[in-house]
Design a protein. Structure first.
Ligand code: ZN
Length: 175
């Protein structure tokens, strides 16, 4: 598991570089990022968040058996606009209301260097926008609906019944 970079770490504000070769060290980074994301109960992670300025993101929604890996990802189309609650592993203890697209179309390479395109909505679209923003040094707090729409997370109360496992899905912890 890699140490998480936390605001105001300047690497979170830097632009990551395009990956030019997909070799062993990149595969190892991807594996470490996946493990770090899963350990932190995050939905996604960008390389900046573990101190690496390369354009790599991993995403795993609660319903995904396998994580998505995107190298050099780009959003090629955005549709609609919605307001949604969001958090970030690099900004622990806070949540905010941000503006995101309803649907996005993205492209990139998978971990084998094969071109992939994905049409996404809901949490996957939100995660793609959030993680690709990280690669450009942008954080969700830059996209708040308004400046007062950022708040400290309440300490989680003990649920009446045992939760299934991990974080509740509706929390939308994007990573
Ligand atoms: Zn984040």
């Amino acid at each position: 598991m890699l140490p998480m970079r936390i605001v105001p770490d300047p690497i979170l504000r830097q632009k990551a570089k395009r990956v030019s070769s997909i070799g062993g060290s990149l595969q190892r980074l991807i594996d470490d990022m996946i493990e770090t994301m899963q350990e932190a109960n995050g939905v996604g992670l960008a390389a900046n968040q573990v101190g690496v300025l390369q354009r790599v993101v991993v995403i795993q929604l609660p319903e995904d058996e396998e994580p998505w890996v995107f190298i050099n990802p780009e959003i090629i189309r955005r549709e609609g606009e919605r307001e949604v609650e969001e958090g970030c592993l690099s900004i622990p203890g806070y949540r905010g209301m941000v503006r995101r697209s309803v649907k996005v179309r993205a492209k990139g390479l998978d971990r084998n260097g094969k071109q992939v395109r994905v049409s996404a909505e809901e949490l996957l679209a939100q995660a793609l926008e959030h993680e690709i923003d990280h690669l450009d040094g942008t954080l969700y707090i830059d996209r708040l609906v308004s400046r007062d729409q950022l708040w400290k997370e309440e300490p989680r109360e003990e649920p009446q019944e045992a939760p299934a496992d991990g974080e509740p899905v509706e929390a939308g912890r994007t990573g």
